[in-house]
Design a protein around this ligand. Structure first.
Ligand code: UDP
Ligand code: MG
Length: 313
């Protein structure tokens, strides 16, 4: 008998696609003769996603967790990983943008002995120019700090139970799943896939939420912005030396430097840099504060087909 495959699917307001998604995935894995379970994590949906999941859970392949409110996709992924029982786990979106047939290919690679299979995007699907530029900048920063190419990385991956256990042992609250799965190491490979069109409904990301997501993940993965503060300091010192020398020379030649405009410019420039730096430090401080509070990553309201129905982590 082949190993059990758990498929973790975060779902937030996905009532339009959830039924199609369940049907397609069940058919795909049954046709491929894979022993599977689907672990849906309803991330506090406001529509009837949970009702549809509850109804679908009459099929014992389908397990479902309902969060007490929206905790975000990363939290949903981690809840799914914690609740899954499989020998290997695939994380994928439940809008069918991650092709089910690629999931089967991932499973086959796992059977061949790979412990982490990263799904990399062949194409990024339809996106606006602004989105593409912002995503590229974000991934450049992340790639250089993580030491891995992240430009085509996605949350679509397969992890062996060993890798899942290693991930779940990490104590931090602010996790960036996409980068951490390669950070844990293990025998890994990549598989390319084309991002499909959404099967229904609409993307849950607004520009503001994407910017927030980027900031949260940059600060949870790298301290580069803090070093940027020091770099700014060095630049300011150089500017300061230049002006000081210039002022002294002008003074020694008998005429004081013309001043008000320069003073205003310097003052506003210096205070903006200072404020910005304080902001960056403050942001890190708030992240540390969040971490040490040690609050749970998520709160479960209800579960279906889970052995431990009341477990709140
Ligand atoms: N998602 C979630 N919680 C959120 C936002 C999104 O669990 O707060 C899920 C969503 O249901 C989907 C996946 O994350 O399964 C990817 O979201 P979406 O399709 O909106 O993002 P995109 O594919 O546009 O990047
Ligand atoms: Mg999507």
């Amino acid at each position: 008998m082949s190993g059990l495959l758990s498929v973790v699917l975060p779902a937030y307001n996905e009532s339009e696609v959830i039924e199609l998604s369940i049907k397609t995935l069940c058919e795909t894995f049954e046709n491929a003769n894979i022993n599977y379970e689907l672990v849906f994590v309803d991330d506090g949906s406001k529509d009837d996603t949970w009702k549809k999941l509850s109804d679908a859970s009459s099929d014992s392949h389908i397990k479902a967790i309902h969060f007490s409110r929206n905790f975000g996709k990363e939290a949903a992924i981690f809840a799914g990983l914690e609740m899954s029982k499989g020998d290997c786990v695939i994380v994928m979106d439940c809008d069918l943008q991650h092709p089910p047939k690629t999931a089967v290919e991932m499973y086959r690679l796992w059977e061949q002995g790979f412990e982490v299979v990263e799904g990399v995007k062949n194409t990024r699907g339809k996106e606006t120019i602004f989105h593409t530029i912002a995503a590229n900048t974000f991934y450049k920063m992340m790639s250089s700090s993580a030491g891995i190419d992240m430009s085509r990385a996605s949350d679509f991956k397969l992890l062996d139970r060993k890798a899942v256990t290693a991930l779940l042992k990490l104590p931090e609250r602010n996790m960036f799943f996409r980068a951490l799965s390669s950070w844990v190491g293990f025998k890994s490979t990549q598989i390319e896939y084309d991002v499909a069109e959404r099967a229904g409904g609409s993307s849950k990301w607004s520009t503001v939420s994407l910017v927030k997501y980027a900031l949260k993940n940059i600060t949870s993965f790298t301290s580069f912005p803090l070093q940027l503060v020091s770099i700014c300091g060095v630049v300011m010192i150089l500017i300061c030396i230049f002006f000081a020398v210039e002022a002294i020379i002008t003074y020694s030649q008998g005429n004081a430097k013309e001043g008000f405009t320069t003073v205003i410019l310097l003052l506003t420039f210096a205070s903006s840099v200072l404020m910005l730096s304080l902001g960056i430090i403050g942001y890190y401080l708030s992240k540390i504060y969040e971490e040490i509070k040690g609050r749970p990553r998520y709160i479960i309201a209800e579960t279906r087909n889970m052995i431990d129905e009341t477990r709140n982590i």
